[in-house]
Design a binder for this molecule. Structure first.
Ligand SMILES: [Cu+2]
Length: 228
């Protein structure tokens, strides 16, 4: 059977429309779920508390920009997921552990060295409580976790970039040079999505250090989703 010209044109047009629809569905589906959300897990020891475990490194090692600086979060199965979107319950204490593998330096604004918004006004740097970090000395500050609407400013102390076991590519592991920073904050009494970002212009190679990973969710910017 020979199809008429009109019928053939119709088949081509309908096929093209279906193909374009499928491509758009795929693209928007990807954008909706990227990067993924990792939920904090209930603390096995503390009441009304969830645990969130993160790591940050100079090169994430995976994804579209393996050389970019960025964060991972540990999911409920113990797998490291490259993301900056974290889900926590409302009216809950969030106990955060950060494994820090990147080198640091002086801060452009020393105020960012002050710990703000945590239980007791401190963070614990390798087990020791500190309320302010002097980034002009030692390894300096590598990154910060800032969620202004939660009042949170967490300076994260760097490692020596010349260390023999400096982690070159993520996800890193504790046999490589690192600091452990822990702190606890209250998630608040309402459901809300809070933006957070690193205040250190750590996008090396971009204008003033503020482009690239600094401008993209999943690297140096993300969200705390506070849910019911
Ligand atoms: Cu940073």
């Amino acid at each position: 059977m020979r199809l008429s010209k009109g019928a053939r044109a119709g088949i081509v047009l309908v096929s093209a429309a279906i193909a374009i629809g499928l491509i758009l569905f795929g693209i928007f589906g990807y954008l909706r779920t990227y990067p993924p959300t990792v939920a904090a897990t209930p603390s096995p020891t503390q009441p009304n508390t969830v645990d969130l475990t993160l790591q940050v490194e100079g090169a994430v090692g995976t994804g579209p920009h393996p050389q970019w600086v960025g964060w991972y979060a540990k999911d409920a199965a113990g797998k490291w997921v490259r993301t900056t979107i974290y889900q926590v319950p409302e009216k809950t204490y969030v106990h955060v552990t950060v494994y820090e593998y990147d080198s640091g330096g002086p801060l452009r604004n020393p105020y960012w060295g002050k710990v703000l918004g945590t239980q007791g006004g401190v963070e614990y740097l390798n087990g020791k409580p500190v309320s302010v970090l002097d980034a002009a000395s030692g390894n300096g500050v590598a990154h910060t976790i800032d969620a202004p609407s939660l009042g949170l400013n967490i300076p994260v102390w760097g490692v020596n970039g010349n260390a023999k076991n400096f982690c070159q590519q993520g996800p890193c592991n504790p046999s490589e040079a690192h600091n452990v920073i822990t702190f606890t904050f209250y998630s608040g009494n309402t459901t809300h999505t809070y933006r957070w970002q690193c205040f250190i212009p750590c996008g090396v190679g971009y204008l003033e250090g503020n482009g690239g990973p600094m401008a993209e969710t999943g690297y140096m910017a993300g969200f705390f989703k506070v849910v019911a």
